[in-house]
Ligand binder design. Structure first.
Ligand code: SF4
Ligand code: SF4
Length: 87
């Protein structure tokens, strides 16, 4: 379980990345990722793949349907969808 200080640090890092213009439909907070590949396995559109650092990368962002399966299945809250599905 993440400590409060870890959560604060994560929030600051993520905010910084978005200020710098992060613009993909999915974000991976690498320090919390344990490289289990569950998100890759459950993505129905094959959007994610494991990078050389054994963390997921958003390899095919245009195929993402914002279904949130990656976010819901990650046991470590390390990945989240950055956009709302259009109604
Ligand atoms: S499910 Fe979570 S912990 Fe596992 S590889 Fe994906 S982001 Fe990392
Ligand atoms: S939101 Fe759905 S389609 Fe997009 S990366 Fe996550 S699991 Fe794949």
């Amino acid at each position: 379980m993440a400590k409060n200080t870890d959560v604060m640090e994560a929030r600051l890092t993520i905010e910084e990345d978005f200020k710098k213009g992060y613009d993909l439909p999915v974000y991976v907070y690498k320090p919390w990722c344990k490289s289990c590949e569950i998100c890759v396995a459950f993505c129905p559109k094959n959007v994610l793949e494991m990078g050389e650092d054994r963390k997921p990368i958003v390899a095919r962002p245009d195929d993402c349907i914002l279904c949130k399966q990656c976010e819901i299945r990650c046991p470590d809250l390390a990945i989240f969808v950055t956009r709302e599905k259009k109604k």
